[in-house]
Design a protein around this ligand. Sequence first.
Ligand code: FAD
Length: 454
Amino acid sequence: MKERSVTILGGGITGLASAYLLARNGVHVRVVEGSDKFGGLLNTFSVGGGRLEHFYHHFFTHDAEINWLLNELGLQEEVVFRKTSMGVHRDGHAYDFNSPMDVLRFTPMSWVGRARFAATSLYLGLFGDWRSGEDEAALDWFRKYAGKNVTDALWRPMLEIKFGPYHDQVPIAWMMGRLSQRMRSRRSGEELLGYLKGSLQMLLDRLMEDLARRGVEMIAEAPVERIELRDGRMHAVHTPKGTFTDEVFLATMPTIHLAPVLEHAGILELAKDLRRIGYFGAVCGILEMDRPLGQHYWLNVADPGYPFGGVIEQTLFIRPENYGGRHIAYLSRYFAPEEDIANMDEPKLRELFLSGVERLHPGFKRDQVHAFHLFRTRTAATICDLRFSEKVPPCRTSLPGLFLANMAHVYPDERSVNNSIRVAAEAVRTMGHDTAMVPKGRSLSGQIGFGAAT
Ligand SMILES: Cc1cc2nc3c(=O)[nH]c(=O)nc-3n(C[C@H](O)[C@H](O)[C@H](O)COP(=O)(O)OP(=O)(O)OC[C@H]3O[C@@H](n4cnc5c(N)ncnc54)[C@H](O)[C@@H]3O)c2cc1C
């Protein structure tokens, strides 16, 4: 039987997209969000009269699901696709890293290394079968097939900065998803990336307006603190904004926040399964400047000793006029919960990041920075370690009345807005509702944990 009323826990894009699909099917929907704002990781702030994401965001040409949602919401004309430039900072130099010619010019790798890099990357991105790559660490695979020179010059430092203490546990399966995503966004060898004019705030605002029109109840500042069972079924959630009962619940909040609530209610087996999923945090320092920093939209920092692994210059992608003429660069760093940076105070982080920029760009002066912003999250991405597919929980849980849809379901693809929409559609289908209108792009997400419709 299809439920006619659903409460969604967590109002990030997975929760909001699920709400949209359920409401479109005529279901009564309520969304309960823990923070004061809906949107989760897509939230934005004001810069020079424009809006900017707390965490840099772009999408890819092949992202069918987000394109569908933008069309549904009448935002299709607001999407821009642009050629961007990528670089790799290695041995004190920023190398272009956009084309096969750039790979040939990347001297930190030997000639043989460059050929092996190209061959192995193409193989992983075009022909890799992720299921066969779940047991093998990317680092081991690269050492074996790309060689020590390529691994030391590029892959090891990039894995170290992105995954910290887990750099040697990331399966090559994840790398296949990541590389195929990037390769599919190329046309005639050039990578095109997409952005929504006015920022993802436009998507959030339009989605929220649509949900309100469809009668969806939106309750913010309501972190789920306890759940209540009745006759062995999930019956209610308790929040500071009240207790909400329903026929069915769809939890889209990070699993590390759901597990303690389940433990409190004595749902120990499910909580134990969810506790196996760890999360990386991320911190972005954002510089508002009077001039650009470098020449690449996206610079991977592969030299050791930097406090960030990427510099993303937003205004080399979206013009400074959109931000009152300010030039904007994100300094991006992922961290494991046990790393110092997870709990470092803001003045210390700011100092660490600014001294990193001074080292990276010797011409940089602090007085060119008009403002510095810091945003940090502890749930930026799930830690996808070896055989992660075994940790991905079923959407229909062992607790009757509770369904799950979250970032873990995006594996083996890279987590993204597009893939969250795909996962939302799979969850809504598993709950027995029609999702035939959502196109299925070539993303690998939403494959694990979703059974047949009831
Ligand atoms: C640094 C960074 C860069 C990124 N870059 C890109 C990019 O370029 N392109 C792209 O497509 N994607 C990108 N992403 C990924 C994208 O933002 C995420 O995949 C997506 O936003 C995940 O949405 P979600 O709803 O699953 O999770 P979240 O956005 O985390 O939402 C979960 C929600 O649950 C709420 N919640 C938590 N606990 C409770 C509770 N107890 N009760 C109720 N609610 C609760 C939270 O407040 C939050 O609103 C990036 C992410 C980061 C961190």
